[in-house]
Unconditional design. Structure first.
Length: 261
């Protein structure tokens, strides 16, 4: 199993494989406040390794300061257990990892400026490394007591290295992309809520080279600080690495624990 240490020395992320940051957002109205969230999940997915069982762990820390500023650091490790398509009966275990750093600056009550950076690997999808950095606005479309709608559209620079299947060669490339998203949330009551987010990331010079992901989930509050989430995630990549499926999906359950002060 390949190992990687992801170190970010540049400020400020969104994903190429595509990481859903929206589901992790906490209240934006806090000041001088630390918040902590840990999530552990398991589920079934369909990707280039076929249908497989996977597990994951995520850790996130938010810090709100000087009323209009927020820093968020997030890291995750996912493990896939599968038998390779067309291979022998040996069970393989491969992983994906990412580290995400984001800065938010509130401009008005309907506009936030975001800056982000991310580093990632995904062995199953042949992504040996992917580094992203970008910036752009986030607009509040609707914000009510029981729900919200947000829209973001950001510039993103992508630097990647992908394994060429069946060889030790690596294909490297640099791309400029638009990363747009629509995020929605609605609480039926104090214990049950539904959320949805869709991302679209076309290349600025070739709009037909695009990644689209969508995630819909429902969450149940088990205790004051503990939640259960079930969600369906689907991603489409018009130009994936060779031998990787252009459409992948995942059904997942998770338990999350949150703390704040």
């Amino acid at each position: 199993m390949k190992k990687i240490i992801l170190l970010l020395f540049v400020p400020f992320i969104l994903e190429g494989q595509i990481v859903n940051i929206e589901k992790e957002r906490l209240a934006d109205s806090l000041s001088n406040h630390w918040a902590f969230n840990a999530e552990f999940g398991f589920g079934l997915s369909n990707n280039s390794a076929g249908r497989n069982i996977n597990g994951s762990g995520e850790l996130r820390i938010d810090y709100y300061f000087k009323e209009k500023n927020k820093l968020m650091l997030m890291g995750a490790l996912g493990v896939n257990r599968f038998k390779a398509i067309g291979g022998d009966d040996v069970t393989q275990i491969e992983n994906n990892q990412f580290v995400h750093l984001r800065y938010n600056r509130t401009i008005t009550n309907w506009l936030v400026w975001e800056a982000f950076s991310q580093a990632q690997i995904n062995e199953v999808e042949l992504v040996l490394f992917r580094w992203l950095i970008g910036t752009g606005p986030r607009f509040k479309i609707l914000d009510k007591e029981k729900g919200y709608i947000y829209f973001g559209t950001l510039y993103m620079y992508e630097k990647s290295g992908e394994e060429i299947n069946g060889s030790e060669s690596i294909e490297k490339y640099n791309h400029h992309r638009l990363s747009s998203y629509l995020s929605m949330y609605y609480a039926f009551n104090k214990n049950t809520a539904i959320s949805h987010v869709t991302y679209a990331q076309p290349r600025l010079d070739q709009f037909n080279d695009i990644r689209i992901s969508t995630e819909t989930g429902i969450e149940f509050k088990l205790f004051k600080k503990l939640k259960w989430r079930t969600y369906f995630y689907c991603v489409y990549d018009s130009r994936p690495p060779e031998s990787v499926l252009d459409l992948r999906y995942q059904l997942k359950n998770s338990i999350s624990f949150s703390l704040g002060n």
